[in-house]
Write a protein that binds this ligand. Sequence first.
Ligand code: HEM
Length: 532
Amino acid sequence: MANGDAKHEQLDGARADLSGTELTTQQGVRVDHTDDSLQAGDRGPTLLEDFHFREKVTHFDHERIPERVVHARGAGAYGHFQPYDSWLRDHTVARFLTDPSVSTPVFVRFSTVAGSRGSADTVRDVRGFATKFYTEQGNYDLVGNNMPVFFIQDGIKFPDFVHAVKPEPHNEMPQAASAHDTFWDFVSLQPETLHMVLWLMSDRALPRSYRMMQGFGVHTFRLVNAEGKGTFVKFHWKPVLGSHSLVWDECQKIAGADADFNRRDLWDAIEAGQHPEWELGVQLVDESDEFAFDFDLLDATKIIPEEQVPVRPVGKMVLDRNPENFFAETEQVAFHTANVVPGIDFTNDPLLQARNFSYLDTQLIRLGGPNFAQIPINRPVAEVNTNQRDGYGQQRIHRGQTSYTPNSLGGGCPAIADSEVFRHYQTRVDGEKIRRRSESFTDHYSQATLFWNSQSDWEKDHIVEAFRFELGKVGHQHVRERVLAELVHVDRDLAVAVAHGIGLEPPEGGTENHGRSSPALSLANSPGSAAT
Ligand code: HEM
């Protein structure tokens, strides 16, 4: 069945249109006056017995919830996803990816990463691209970004990384993601960041519109078919409108003129019936080819070059409906990499493994306790039957005597082992328990160079200008120098061009430019052209 509207219909039960209704308290008692508090005498103190005053102010006092620790600023929209055909059935039992008659409702949230909820849209930053598929087999979340790699390889570094990226703790400056000492200090000491930093300095970090932005699942995930056979997979979203960026100067002006630029663009386009579309594609790697690459498939700082493994189209997503209440929907939506359905599973990517812990953990506090999956935006359209009970924010009245298994009294939810259930992918694991990064994760430069060499002349110029601007704001000279000493391993011409722009001597050594031409050199003799 096409269940494209199942989520819309489910939300009917939660919608509240209060226009024209009469004011009441939370208890449903009608109130005739809400402009003055109850006072003793004409100019006397407010009385404690004024329950309407206390309820009104107390609720207001508690209106805010913590913003997300990262990706705090976002914009969301509803839509649906439908596969073109069933070819992926050889690799996965996930019906929403393989049955072309099934239209699955989705909610997508786009976001910036570093800024606070009220920050500007057009900053230089990574963009989040998180999709919740409300499938018949349960919720599946593809929690991706608009860049195909990440800054770090192991999630244990995530708190360090985010502390370095966020505004500095002593003065909470700057709001910008990258133009400050702590970010570049971290980059210079953690060369695994370099590939992603190249993407961040490119125009990819300045999307013209959320509608014109690619999305990537980043990690290597695993598809699992009916025989229990696994296939490695990378997920790609490709915008039908093509990928387009702003240029830096436009970003600066737009941030002042309309801080909601990307958010407004998405909203207006949907209101105007110009529904943005993305094609979902996959790169598939047979398990027998796990070690066929000169990088590790479990390393999230690496792409699988499309020349080696092409992206194959799976289906299309259309976003066609704006939320009705920002807080209820866009703010309270809770994405989680561990929300998977039968046919999709994890790999041992240590970044992914950390994420699988972190999202649920943070949402327990952000959304007030263990029942946030019952918040309307998060509720699956699939049936939910658990033996979990009680807790803050419980919305259901569970009937019956039992909430445990096994039980002989009836009631409760037994676990049934049929072919439709989620079964973790079975694989053999052995090895020494050890806290150490795998040797196969140590090449931090080749793909950064690959990215640099893939850029056209003017794109290279933009990257050089971005480095000059960002590093130009770094106060500690030794940090600037260390970044240059890393860049030289990516490409000597790049390092030289950046050095000239920030008034430093180019570092010694480094790789020859194996790119086509070296347009960045055109900037090499204009010191300070972009640094301010
Ligand atoms: C939020 C993507 C790595 C922890 C988000 C969001 C996205 C995202 C898109 C926003 C979700 C939303 O719109 O609500 C990614 C990607 C990563 C990555 C693509 C790397 C490939 C990590 C890691 C951790 C982490 C390594 C922790 C170890 C978080 C947390 C949130 C978040 C705590 C806030 C969630 C919430 O409050 O609901 N991430 N992230 N992320 N991410 Fe990640």
